[in-house]
Design a protein around this ligand. Structure first.
Ligand code: ATP
Length: 373
């Protein structure tokens, strides 16, 4: 497959989704114009770590890949990567590169590729700006994947705004199930808040200030090496009926001098409540990560997406466009501003589950259908 990196958002997500699909479908990948939509285009260290992780895990070979390169080829290789044997694959995003974003690029192959059990040890930032945090992964993304039958554990080995570490364990898939998160059946069941910091004083949050039934707060000070001062508050809301939404605030450096940490937590919780009141079952940032799994599942899956949307952010559109082009046979339908709030996305997936079908078979079947129709 050839992917031009200037499509949609024109950022790292195009690269990660391309790696995810080409490794799962075992197709040669040619990437050009990498991150052409960013002010400093080309590969950065954290993107190279995604490539090396996928290549090692999949047994694929890559060319190009220095910092600043705008082209890259990932060849099919000999399929002699991390196959059936148990063990550990280690990857390092280097300092503050996000561990969660590294995980994104290998997750479809890791879960659906039928490669057996093997832990992933991912080093880098566990709490980074413009990326999912370890809390987002543990408390929001993985529980929703759990609803699809994909059972993973994420252990926080060492928290770090940089130089942290997570360990992912694959507990397998019993049966790949579709997401049925189209209807909202009620409000918030519980809110979990994790606040952590480095270089900040310990502080207390009065739960009453959060007007909180079901608010569970876990405050941690000491976020690891790498930043002089940083504070991250992550809020995850579980909704009655199965939805899960997450939001967060990350502050660094001087901004923290004039900020009350209690106020940050209070605001973040209020934002969570507002998001949940908006009608969705999953938030926008989680939705773009779920769609690839929905596209690979058989039958129809449905999510209601709501909450805060980052201004000018085209992650969701980028993923939809790429899946429609590269997962042959998938159908994705978007209904904006539905009654009750949010946006509905319906996905008719291709049924890749459990490594039973390889990507090429899925592609060939799609091509045959097109010829027949
Ligand atoms: N606060 C957050 N919580 C959860 N997910 C997030 C958060 N911020 C960003 N994301 C997700 O992280 C991914 C970031 O994609 P993006 O293309 O910006 O990657 P990137 O590699 O950081 O890009 P670039 O380096 O090109 O700026 C998207 O899937 C987005 O939804």
């Amino acid at each position: 497959m050839h992917v031009s990196g200037d499509r949609g958002e024109g950022g790292g997500q195009v690269l990660r989704l391309s790696l995810a699909l080409s490794s799962l479908f075992r197709q040669e990948l040619m990437l050009s114009k990498i991150r052409a939509g960013r002010s400093k285009p080309g590969l950065r260290k954290q993107h190279i770590s995604c490539v090396t992780l996928v290549a090692e895990y999949a047994g694929m070979v890559w060319e190009g890949g220095k910092v600043g390169d705008v082209e890259l080829t990932l060849g099919v290789g000999d399929d002699d990567g991390c196959t059936k044997e148990a063990g550990v694959t280690v990857a390092d995003a280097g300092g503050a590169g996000s561990t969660a974003l590294m995980l994104q690029s290998v997750l479809p192959l890791y879960t659906l590729g039928g490669r057996g059990k093997r832990d992933l040890v991912l080093k880098g930032g566990t709490n980074c700006a413009f990326a999912p945090s370890v809390e987002h992964v543990r408390l929001c993304l993985l529980p929703i994947l759990g609803l699809m039958g994909i059972v993973l554990e994420c252990e926080l080995v060492k928290r770090g705004f940089s130089f942290g570490e997570i360990r992912i364990t694959n507990n397998g898939i019993s049966e790949l199930k579709n997401l049925e998160l189209g209807e909202r059946n009620g409000g918030i069941e519980s809110i979990q808040v994790v606040a952590c910091g480095v270089g900040v004083e310990e502080f207390d949050v009065d739960v009453e200030e959060l007007q909180g039934v079901g608010v569970d707060i876990d405050l941690k000070v000491g976020g690891g090496k790498g930043k002089a001062k940083a504070f991250h508050c992550v809020c995850v809301g579980r909704l009655i009926g199965g939805g899960i939404m997450s939001t967060d605030v990350l502050l660094e450096g001087k901004k923290l001098d004039s900020t009350s940490l209690t106020e940050v937590v209070v605001k973040c919780v209020a934002e969570m409540r507002e998001m949940a009141a908006g009608g969705g079952n999953v938030d926008y940032r989680t939705a773009d990560q779920l769609l690839v799994f929905m596209a690979l599942c058989g039958g129809r899956g449905i999510i209601r997406v709501g909450g805060k949307r980052d201004e000018g952010c085209k992650h969701l559109e980028t993923v939809i466009e790429m899946l429609q082009e590269f997962v042959s046979g998938v159908r994705i339908e978007v209904e904006e501003e539905v009654e009750g709030g949010g946006m509905i996305i319906r996905v008719d997936g291709v049924g890749f589950g459990g490594g039973k079908k390889r990507g090429r078979e899925v592609q060939e079947e799609g091509e045959e259908e097109e010829v027949a129709s």
